[in-house]
Design a protein around this ligand. Structure first.
Ligand SMILES: [Zn+2]
Length: 236
């Protein structure tokens, strides 16, 4: 194990403690309030409005005229990072986060690192393929993110398969990619991942544009219903 791996393992265990024993579970009312501020614009593009702030993850699509306080980029694939869109959403003081230096003065958060952004604790967590490593190799160091909003942990998985680190995420709301080509192998695997994270609410994303069908979201919901996880299918 090299130095960076040790650092990562230490950071992960800290996150695990913070997400379980250290923190009190939010009420279902708090979770519902945060849920009400989440919008999906297709692919992995998520907008979260909370406490008067606007956060985006991977704005391939966005609300025209919007100004973001925080923009989180999971990785540099063109369906996740569009420099012109980041620019369009930026105002004075917008914090742009990515796993690498974009050459724009952004904040770099690598998996295992965290920061408080616009008042929200944000943890970068790993996102990678285990089998289909040609798409998102672990060595690329891509991010998923856990954003804590009023005690509610919102997990955006990025592009990933089911990976062991998901058991340390301790999400309340989990946004997971369906599509079965570049991310999870199957809808069932995505459902297993939702259970791994401990989420009370799962939201399927990534399907319906380049890959994955709307019926996949329905199957995902059915698979999770039996396992006590509520699925919310957002309109894209
Ligand atoms: Zn990708």
């Amino acid at each position: 194990m090299d130095g960076s791996m040790r650092t990562f393992a230490a950071a992960l265990s800290v996150a695990a403690v913070a997400g379980s024993a250290g923190a009190q579970s939010p009420s279902s009312g708090e979770i519902e309030r945060v849920l009400g501020g989440i919008s999906w614009f297709g692919q992995s593009s998520i907008r979260i409005e909370a406490n008067g702030k606007v956060l985006y993850v991977d704005p391939l699509h966005y609300r025209p005229g919007d100004e973001a306080d925080v923009i989180l980029i999971t990785h540099l694939h063109q369906d996740h990072y569009v420099p012109a869109n980041v620019k369009a959403l930026s105002k004075a003081g917008t914090i742009v986060v990515a796993p690498v230096d974009l050459g724009t003065g952004n904040t770099v958060l690598k998996p295992g690192q965290n920061a408080t952004l616009a008042g929200f604790p944000v943890e970068a967590v790993p996102a990678y393929n285990i089998r289909k490593t040609q798409f998102h190799p672990k060595a690329a160091g891509n991010d998923g993110y856990v954003i804590t909003i009023n005690g509610v942990r919102v997990y955006h998985a990025g592009d990933t398969e089911r990976i062991p680190e998901m058991k340390a995420v301790h999400a309340d709301i989990a946004l997971l990619p369906l599509g079965q080509t570049y991310t999870f192998d199957s809808v069932g695997e995505a459902a297993d991942a939702a259970v791994d994270t401990g989420a009370k609410i799962a939201i399927p994303i990534h399907y319906g544009t380049g890959e994955g069908k709307h019926t996949d979201a329905r199957c995902f919901a059915d698979a999770l219903e039996k396992r006590g996880v509520k699925t919310v299918i957002l309109e894209d």
